[in-house]
Design a protein around this ligand. Structure first.
Ligand code: ZN
Length: 309
């Protein structure tokens, strides 16, 4: 048995397979990414807690002599075990290595792949049909987000799904709709483009803001950035039912029917949920990158078909 193997046995460290499973579950808890296992990283302690490791197990080091340089290299055994488990997951294509992830996100992190995502959900006994609702990142989805965010805005644009492409396999469809959602909310900096509300859940997992389709899905609207806009739940609803629409230069158009509402409708105390935004002349909060603005073709369709003049 190797020196490392002997140490693992002597210290009664968990089996690598168990650590791999714990890593997959932890990745789900952390939105799909975890940092490298450097000293002082919270993640190292967090997973150690899952196994209730004692102080000695957490701190024991492997000593290896580098003869060439005549020095002793000390590596914490627990870090080594974590690394070996993550390395094994990456060989099985369940996660991407930090050296790969960094090319996509500029962060040195281990990231779930779609395969790893499915495996982790399976371990947690969560149905994979939940994937569309969960905010977990996967390498494939994030790759698509990058692609969407760097695409030039087309001059001519058809916001409707091509019917011939209806037979797209479910898996590709799921990646596409998740990529759409992620790209939209990232581009709008997680804010409602109407009121600017930015808030997430206390566990940091869910954002309040939603990626709204301008031409709705039910009308075969496309899942892409030029048919999308970030809206809080309230303004999403108001947009979908036609209380307001947008001009081609992104000003808010309010339905004339709005003024005929009873006085106590649509208010937070004295603040009107639509009128205050409009009368303050606040421009729509759009993406920093202009090419990601909604396309005029989508807005025009919304004005003509959904907006309640
Ligand atoms: Zn809002």
């Amino acid at each position: 048995m190797s020196y490392e193997g002997e140490m693992l046995k002597k210290m009664r460290m968990p089996a690598r397979k168990e650590v791999e499973e714990a890593l997959l579950k932890t990745l789900i808890k952390h939105n799909g990414t975890i940092k490298e296992f450097a000293t002082g990283e919270e993640i190292v302690e967090e997973i150690a807690d899952l196994f209730s490791l004692n102080e000695e197990q957490r701190s024991v080091v492997l000593e290896r002599i580098y003869r060439k340089e005549d020095r002793v290299v000390k590596t914490p055994l627990w870090h080594r075990l974590l690394y070996r488990a993550a390395d094994s997951l990456s060989k099985d294509k369940f996660v991407t290595r930090p050296t790969t992830t960094i090319q996509l996100t500029n962060k040195r992190e281990w990231m779930l792949t779609e395969k790893g995502y499915d495996a982790a959900l399976n371990l947690l006994e969560i149905s994979t049909t939940q994937k569309d609702l969960l905010p977990i990142k996967s390498f494939e989805v994030q790759k698509l987000v990058n692609k969407i965010k760097s695409s030039p805005k087309p001059e001519k644009y058809d916001p409707f799904e091509n019917l011939r492409r209806k037979k797209t396999v479910t898996k590709a469809l799921s990646i596409r709709s998740r990529g759409f959602r992620q790209a939209v909310i990232e581009s709008y900096d997680y804010r409602c483009s109407v009121c600017g509300l930015k808030i997430n859940s206390p566990d940091n997992l869910y954002w309040e803001v939603e990626a709204a389709h301008i031409v709705p899905h039910s009308k075969k609207g496309k899942d892409d950035i030029w048919n999308g806009i970030a809206l809080c739940r309230l303004h999403h609803w108001a947009f979908d039912v036609g209380w307001f629409s947008l001009t081609d230069d992104f000003k808010i158009l309010l339905s004339t029917k709005y003024d005929r509402l009873p006085n106590d409708y649509g208010k937070f105390g004295n603040i009107d949920f639509l009128k205050n935004v409009i009368t303050s002349n606040q421009p729509l909060l759009l993406p920093e990158i202009k090419s990601l603005n909604p396309h005029e073709a989508s807005i025009q369709w919304h004005r003509e078909n959904i907006f309640y003049k």
